[in-house]
Design a protein around this ligand. Structure first.
Ligand code: DAH
Length: 332
């Protein structure tokens, strides 16, 4: 009988290994391990055996069952992995398709600017971070040291999104809230840039868009000074536009920096481009994110990417950047 059990088991293992789908395996599983299986049949016959023989046969049956169960489990895992691979392959989307063909399109001007600037900053040792476009009041305003009734909240015409009741969120008005998210999540040293889309409730014209893009830069470390800020702005200006460009800072006000400045870039022809805001991260902002302002200092700046990209390519009306006109788009 032991011989028969062995032979039955190896035949059953062959069937298990031969199952080529999960359905077929389920059928084989029932056939070789279920109530009507040969193994169950042997078990029924055990009753008529002498005690010693019964023990021996019982042990052989247990062993056979364990081996078969293991074989079924292994085969099931292999078939499931194959099925998953096949499904992933079948559902694969070729996202490179658009760019592969000649004349089949390219990245948008602003996307190109984001990617180039990311490369510049990564080259300077920065990491790239992102945050949500729908923000809460804490990240967009309060943690950035905007007092509850501070007029600076009006500097940015905000789109509010009602969530029912008195719950309300905002479309982020700048990328500065990503500074807060980065500082809440990680301890200094921080050297990060944060590109993204931002929203302002304002009339659109040649120099203003209601939906546009900014790049935020944040450094927090020991001994960071205003000199580091000015130097970093100048470095990326030259890296992005070329060595003939320079930058200058003008005193300004932002609630989240102290001192604060605006920065302009000077074109090789001597004319100026007003680009963004900057300053030393306000001690309250560091403290709001659990960073000790006695130990660490930082600088930040943020600017509009659309204006930057438009300048680089001689586009004079920012509204063109939202255009779907292929005759405009294919020039870049
Ligand atoms: N968030 C400001 C705006 O959109 C720009 C800005 C100013 C960003 C100063 C900064 C900063 O990081 O330090 O108007």
């Amino acid at each position: 009988m032991i011989e028969d059990i062995r032979a039955t088991t190896s035949e059953a293992e062959r069937l298990v290994d031969a199952a080529s789908t999960l359905d077929e395996l389920a059928r084989v599983d029932r056939e070789v391990l279920g109530k009507g299986s040969a193994l169950t049949g042997f078990k029924r016959q055990m009753g008529g055996l002498e005690p010693d023989a019964r023990r021996e046969v019982g042990a052989a049956l247990n062993e056979a069952r364990a081996a078969l169960e293991a074989a079924v489990a292994a085969r099931r895992a292999a078939l499931a992995a194959t099925a998953q691979r096949e499904q992933a392959e079948a559902e694969r989307l070729d996202l490179t398709e658009v760019r592969a063909g000649r004349d089949a399109g390219h990245l948008h001007l602003v996307t190109q600017a984001i990617e180039e600037l990311e490369d510049v900053f990564v080259g300077l040792g920065f990491t790239v971070a992102e945050g949500p476009e729908v923000e809460d009041d804490w990240h967009n305003f309060t943690a950035l040291n905007f007092g509850e009734y501070h007029p600076a909240r009006d500097m940015q015409d905000t789109f509010f999104v009602g969530l029912g009741g008195d719950r309300e969120v905002v479309m982020r008005t700048h990328t500065s809230p990503v500074q807060i998210r980065v500082m809440e999540e990680q301890a200094p040293p921080i050297y990060s840039v944060m590109p993204g889309r931002v929203y302002r409730n304002e009339a659109t014209d040649a120099t203003h868009l209601a939906v546009f893009h900014q790049l935020e830069c944040l450094v927090v470390d020991r001994g960071i000074t205003f000199g580091h800020l000015a130097g970093t702005i100048d470095r990326f200006t030259k890296a992005y536009f070329g060595p003939g460009w320079t930058s200058r800072l003008r005193p300004s006000y932002f609630p989240f920096t102290e001192p604060s400045a605006e920065f302009d870039l000077q074109r090789p022809d001597g004319t100026w481009l007003e680009l963004g805001g900057c300053g030393m991260v306000h001690p309250n902002v560091l403290a709001n994110c659990g960073i000790d302002p006695e130990e660490f200092s930082g600088f930040a700046f943020g600017f509009g990417l659309d204006r930057l990209a438009a300048t680089r390519h001689g586009v004079t009306d920012l509204r063109e950047l939202a255009s779907t006109d292929i005759r405009f788009l294919e020039q870049f």
